[in-house]
Design a protein around this ligand. Structure first.
Ligand code: HEC
Length: 139
């Protein structure tokens, strides 16, 4: 190897290293900290809605966000005019949980079924989400 090719090789290695360092994906968002999509005023909860909040946190919040405010890049807010009773009646929630949802209103992909949530859980979740919706002017 001539001194010149040696230098070229060292230069190439340096460049490769620099590229790796520069192109390392540092801006990939942490899915655990995805931000809310809407502002939600949380009302006082009572009865079935209180139960629903617990079930919601266990089965739905990972995608639909804390207080159903959505999660940027992961899932839509349920406190949203799209999900008012006139457009998505309670039956839509039961179907969503039992059969899943094909992507159609948003670009988050499909919602898989949530078999861990019982019908009783879903009924309570509906009471909770409707309470949140009403407190935020969505009827
Ligand atoms: C793995 C992520 C994920 C989980 C967990 C999840 N959802 Fe969803 N859900 C979605 C996405 C994404 C959509 C939007 C689909 C679209 O319209 O593009 C959606 C849509 C919905 C809809 C609208 C259905 C329709 O007919 O348009 C309802 C209602 C719903 N979810 C309720 C729930 C409930 C209740 C739970 C908990 C039991 C839950 N989701 C858990 C991702 C999720």
């Amino acid at each position: 190897m001539t001194p010149r090719t040696g230098l070229v090789l060292i230069g190439a290695a340096g460049l490769a290293l620099a590229t790796v360092v520069i192109l390392r994906p540092q801006d990939v968002p942490d899915r655990g900290e995805a931000s809310a999509m809407v502002e939600v005023t949380v009302p006082e909860l009572a009865g079935l809605a209180t139960e629903g909040a617990r079930a919601y946190d266990a089965f739905c919040a990972s995608c639909h966000g804390e207080n159903a405010a959505g999660r940027e890049g992961i899932g839509p807010p349920l406190v949203h005019v799209i999900y008012e009773t006139g457009h998505h009646a309670d039956g839509a929630f039961v179907l969503a949980a039992t059969r899943g949802v094909r992507q159609h209103h948003w670009t988050f992909g499909d919602m898989p079924p949530v078999p861990e949530a019982s019908l009783q859980d879903v009924a309570a979740i509906i009471a909770y989400v409707r309470t949140l919706q009403r407190a935020n002017g969505i009827f």
